[in-house]
Design a binder for this molecule. Structure first.
Ligand code: PLP
Ligand code: MG
Ligand code: MG
Length: 610
């Protein structure tokens, strides 16, 4: 897995005159966005977890960019004015862990080039193209095995020209170290060293760097006014078209999960075949667990146990694994998912009772507290966000109370996690379930159970009521073997990895803001259309809204569904047993403008049944 990229961005960009007087070249805007930011986005979409930017000239621009994209780390080359790009690269190398992509900051390129390098089996590979005629080309000469021998801007200095350097390369940490050593050895005779010089030297002295040629690759660099004109008039439009052709038909899912995903999450599923018992895949799963844990607790506080399965598997794992033989469980039932946990408890013959609430009004927390104490319960199970109606339960308040009274808390956060900010220590949650396909915006197929460290240890010797879903066994096996006990959904895991990368950049708080913005658009329209919402606004999660069916005799959910679907929106029926309702969810990779679009369809449907 290529997890890191380095962007060399120290240079002055002096050939662009006034344009780069007060900013680095990377901040030239084309198509409304700085070119280096376009590059950052393409790297993220290609599955890069961390981008190291080597800064120099006007580094404050990059400091601001790093605030916007939390995956950016900065390394400064103080000698940027007198040393070449190799010095900037050298400043970044200590941060490089394994193999990484190395890019120039003044490039416009088709994102497919990143995939070409990522898919290469060779570890050190230079991306190159056929003739561009762009001016300032760096020509490459290769040996019989297509390894770099020499580069030059002057064709006559080469025995033959194979291709042109693009400025995107995959290099191992070992090769980077050799390049740095070469630079250090030549500080006197080559004080201004470009990184190509070090690559050629390393490659031709027994550490070959391959040259991969993509004859018609769409790319350009921007060093001067001619380059800029060519970039704006020819290259940018071609890249935009190429990339749009790889876009996947957009469907806006307004059902409560699986939620709409980004194209980059969809594409992340397309990976080389791998046996999930390989360490390389174990490392992917380990990374996923660690990153998920960090979303709900401080480092080292939470363990995330993964299972192949849907969200229900996470719930069943908790109900069957977390209650000892002599435990007594109270399950809050204010919707379908509380009921489902009660069903599980009954199947496993756990000593349990339910605390019922209607799912429309805020539950009576004081009554719940008395019941917990009066009934001498040892465990409580509660749904964080009851997706049945879209009501947000007062989980932190209830769980804090439980904590004070030594009651273990089991929380179904299937539809809350990754939208509602949660800290399991702060909120006193011992066990919590969720799934890959809701607010985290991945694909269906993985369930996870978050466990507070001590809570996980405490269930070690509890009876195994089933085999597949036992939390402790699953955790223990993974820690010992860097493998899942049973075959995991490999492609779903890769999609989840990408979804985590994207969630970290948006942040959970940012995601909740976006979801809330969509929800506001929705409820404004609902009110304007005179539709009723049984759950009061103040109790709503901002993630899903239950709406009473329109009173018109012409109303048909199926007709409304079909009209919406024709326009690219999928909606979902209600789940209340005693009232006719439908539900609109606003989770997933959706934008307020899209919700606006849906409300227009809803209004059109409402007019048609007047
Ligand atoms: N719990 C809650 C709160 C849910 O919203 C859902 C699904 O919507 C589930 C559990 C079950 O998840 P799955 O359908 O993935 O098994
Ligand atoms: Mg150049
Ligand atoms: Mg350049």
């Amino acid at each position: 897995m290529i997890a890191q990229a380095v962007i060399m961005a120290g240079g002055l960009g002096s050939r662009l005159g006034d344009r780069t007087k007060a900013m680095p070249k990377g901040f030239l805007e084309i198509g409304g966005m700085p070119i280096v930011e376009q590059s950052v986005r393409k790297l993220i979409a290609a599955g890069i977890e961390e981008i190291i930017i080597g800064t120099g000239y006007h580094k404050e621009f990059y400091e601001d960019l790093a605030k916007k994209y939390t995956c950016i780390k900065l390394a400064h080359n103080a000698a940027y004015a007198d040393a070449g790009s190799m010095r900037t690269l050298a400043a970044c190398v200590p941060l490089v862990k394994e193999d990484c992509l190395v890019l120039e900051s003044d490039l416009l390129y088709d994102s497919i080039g990143l995939n070409v390098l990522i898919n290469e089996t060779r570890r050190n590979v230079i991306l190159s193209s056929g003739k561009t005629g762009s001016g300032d080309e760096v020509y490459l000469q290769v040996d019989n095995d297509c390894n770099l021998v020499k580069h030059s801007k002057k064709k006559e200095e080469l025995e033959s020209v194979y291709s042109e350097l693009v400025g995107i390369t995959k290099l191992s940490r070992k090769t980077l170290d050799l390049m740095v050593a070469y630079m250090d050895d030549h500080r006197q005779d080559i004080p201004m060293m470009e990184y190509e010089v070090a690559m050629s030297a390393v490659s031709s002295s027994g550490n070959p760097i391959a040259v991969r040629k993509v004859e018609y690759y769409t790319w350009c660099e921007i060093d001067d006014e001619n380059h800029l004109r060519r970039a704006v008039e020819q290259i940018f439009p071609r890249i935009a078209e190429n990339e749009s052709l790889r876009g996947i038909r957009r469907e806006v899912l307004l059902n409560p999960g699986p939620a709409t995903t980004t194209d980059s999450v969809k594409y992340a599923q397309v990976q080389a075949d791998i046996c999930p018992r390989e360490n390389e895949f174990g490392d992917v799963m380990g990374w996923i667990s660690k990153e998920l844990s960090l979303m709900v607790g401080a480092p080292g506080r939470v363990e995330t146990v993964l299972f192949g399965g849907s969200g229900t598997a996470g719930d069943e794992a908790m109900i069957s694994s977390c209650v000892p033989q002599d435990g007594k469980l109270l399950i809050v039932d204010n919707g379908a998912y509380g009921k489902r946990m009660a069903k599980m408890a009954s199947i496993y013959k756990i000593n349990y009772e339910t605390f019922a609430s209607d799912g429309i009004h805020r539950m009576d927390v004081e009554a719940l507290k008395s019941r917990l104490l009066d009934g001498k319960f040892t465990h409580l199970a509660i749904v964080y966000h009851e997706t049945t109606t879209g009501i947000l339960n007062p989980v932190p308040e209830v769980c804090r109370f439980c904590h004070e009274h030594n009651i273990v808390t089991i929380v179904d956060a299937v539809s809350a996690f990754a939208a509602i900010p949660i800290d399991m220590d702060r909120d006193c949650i011992d066990f919590m379930s969720s799934t890959s396909n809701k607010n985290i915006q991945g694909m269906a197929g993985l369930a996870f159970v978050f466990c507070r460290k001590e809570a996980l240890e405490s269930i070690k010797d509890y009876p195994m009521r089933n085999y597949y879903l036992n939390i402790y066994d699953q955790h223990h096996y993974f820690i010992k073997n860097n493998q899942m006990r049973f075959t995991p959904p490999v492609q779903t895991a890769y999609a989840l990895r990408q979804a985590i990368i994207e969630t970290k950049i948006e942040t959970i708080e940012g995601r909740y803001e976006r979801y809330t913005a969509c929800w506001k658009v929705l409820i404004k329209a609902i009110k304007e259309l005179g539709l009723e919402m049984p759950v009061p606004e103040s109790e709503q999660s901002h993630l899903i809204v239950t709406i009473m069916d329109p009173r018109s005799p012409k109303y048909s959910f199926n007709d409304m569904h079909d009209l919406s679907r024709e326009h690219g929106y999928t909606i979902y029926p209600g789940k209340l047993s005693d009232a006719p309702t439908f539900r609109i969810a606003n989770i997933g990779d959706i934008r307020p403008e899209e919700m606006e679009g849906f409300t227009k369809i809803l209004a059109q449907y409402m007019r048609s049944i007047q």
